[in-house]
Design a protein around this ligand. Sequence first.
Ligand SMILES: *Cc1c(COP(=O)(O)O)cnc(C)c1O
Length: 603
Amino acid sequence: MSVERFGFVFRDDSAVSQAVAERDLRALSPSYTRSYGLVATHGSGARLWDEEENEYIDFAAGIAVLSTGFGHPRVVEAIQHQSAAMVHLGGTDFFYRAQVEIAEYLQRIVPIKNANTPEDKLVYLGNSGTESIEAALKLARYKGGNNGKRKEIIAFYGSFHGRTYGALSLTASKAVQRAEYPYIPGGVVHVPYPSKFAYTRSAHKESIEFNPVRYIRDYVFKKARPDEIAAVVVEAIQGEGGYVVPTDSFLPELRALCDEYGILMICDEIQAGIGRTGKWFAFEHWGIQPDIVCTAKGLGSGMPIGAIIAHKDVMSRWIPGAHASTFGGNLVSCRAAVATLQVIETENLMDNARTVGDFALRRLAELQAQFPVIKRAEGIGLMIGVEFADADGKPIPKFRDEVVDQCFLEGLVTLACGTSTIRICPALVITEAEMAQGLEIFAGAIAKALAKTSESEAPHLTSPTRRALIIDDEPEYQTIARRVIQEFDQETQIELAENYEEAARMLDIHSQRYDFVILDSSLTEDATDRKGLDLLRTLRTHRTANGTVIIVYSATLSIADYRALIEEGIIHTLIAKDEAQATDHLLDALGRFLGQAAPVAVK
Ligand SMILES: *Cc1c(COP(=O)(O)O)cnc(C)c1O
C-alpha cells in the first residue's frame, strides 16, 4: 500500500524508506528538488532496488550519468584498482598516467573545428558539468579572446548550463534557478532556442523564435558588436529545458555565423554527450564541429568528472595558473572515465542506444495514439522527452507529476524536465526487453493518472491542487475535517499529523506549502508550552509565506482565549469543535477564506 508522507509518495507503508527520507529532510538542504520517496540501495545495469527490496527499471540513470549502468564490472574494477593504489595527489601539481589516458581518449573522440589530428586538441579536467562551463567561459573570455575585446556571450532560453555563478549567468531554464541571486555576472545575451517540434506545427515559420541566427544578426548585433562577442554556448539537444530537439538548420547556421565573425562555438554536451544519442556527441547529428566541447555527466559512469576539449590554439592562450582545480581530474574518476569510454566502444553501446531508442520512439508513437494527453514524444537515441498537454495544448505539470508518481509506485524510475515533460534517459546498456517492460509500466501509469483525474470530475488538468494539513490526534475529528475539506474541494490533497512533533516536522520542511491547516486546539492550548508556541510560530511563518489559511477548532476553549492569537494574525478563525454544527462552521470558514460560497453541509 502506497502512502503519502512529508509531501512525497512512498511505495510501501514501511518504516525504513520513510525514516531515511525524514532524517534527510531534517539534515539536508531544502534546495534539492525531490520528486518521490525512493530510497535506493543498489543497482545493476538499468535496474535498481530500494530499502524494501522493490525492483525498478531505471529510465533516469541519475540524470543521464550512469552511461554504463550500475556496477559495470570493468568500471567497478577500474575504480577499485585505482582507489587502492592512489586516490589523489593533485592534478594541478604533478603528472599521472590516469589523467593522460583520459585526455588522450578525449583528444581522439571529440571532434573540434580545424583540429585535424588528436594533438591539435587540448583537454582540461574538472569535477562536474558546471565546472566545465566555468572553464569554457573563462577560456573564451581570457584576454578578451583573439582580438582582446571579446567578452559578451550568447546563450539560449530554455538552456541549463549549471548553477555556479558563471554558469548560472548562462542558465535560462527555470526562473527559480536564478531568482533571488544578486550579482549574477552580466555580459550574456539570451536568444530563443528553435524547437523542431514547435516549428513543424507552426503556421508562422518565419517567426523570429524559430530563427535565432537572424535574431542575433538583427537584434543582438545592435547591442553588442560581433567582434565583442566571445562565444555562443549551446546545447545540441536541450536537456533540463525539456529534451528539446532543434530545427534541422539551427546548428549549421549558428556554426556559419560563428565562422563569419570569429565567435567561438561552445557546445554543452554535458547531458547529451558520451554516446547517449547513438553518436559520441549530439552535435555530430548536424555535421558541425564546435570550438570548445563541454562534457561531464555520463563521462565517469557516476564518478564525478568533467572535461572541456578545445583546439590547442585556443587552450594554449592559458598560462600556468590561469585556471585549475584541486580535485579536477581525480585519479579514480579518470580511471572510471577511461573504462566507461572503453565499455561504450567495445560493447557497441552507441548502436544499442540507437536501436533501443528507435524501438522506444515507435512504441511511444503507439502510446501517443492511445493517449492524446501525450503531446510530444521526441528524441534521438536514448535521450527522449515525453511531453504532456491538455486538450488546449497547455502544459499540465501536475498531471505529469502524477504520472511520475504512478511510475514509481509500479516500479519505474523517471525524472521530470521542462514544464510538462518526462525524460527517458536510461543507461546505454538497457535492453530492448527492459525498455519494453518500462514502457508498459509507463503506459499503465498514464492510464492510472488519467483515471485519477476523471474520477474526481474536477478540472484537474488545469487547476492546481490544493493541499491541506490536519493536525489532530482524535480519529473522529480527523474524519470530520477530512470530509469537510473534501466536500469543499474534492481535489485537495490531505495530509495528517497526529502530534506536535510530526506537525512541526511537516511544516518545517521548507519546500512544503499548505493552502490550509486545521488544528486541534489542545495542541496549542497552553500557550506557555514551548512546543505549542513553536508550532504557532511555524504556522505564522507559513501563513506569511504561503497565505496559508489556519483554522483552529476547539472542544474546550472560548473565543476569548484565542482572541490574542487571532489579533496577532496567527489564526484565522476558531471553531467550537463539539458543537452540533461544527462541520458547517468549518465549511463556512473554508468558504470565507477561499473567497467562495461554501457547499452544503456534510451529512
Ligand atoms: C547537468 C548539466 C549541467 C551542470 O552539470 P553539474 O554536474 O550538475 O554541475 C550543465 N549543462 C547541462 C546541459 C546539464 O545537463
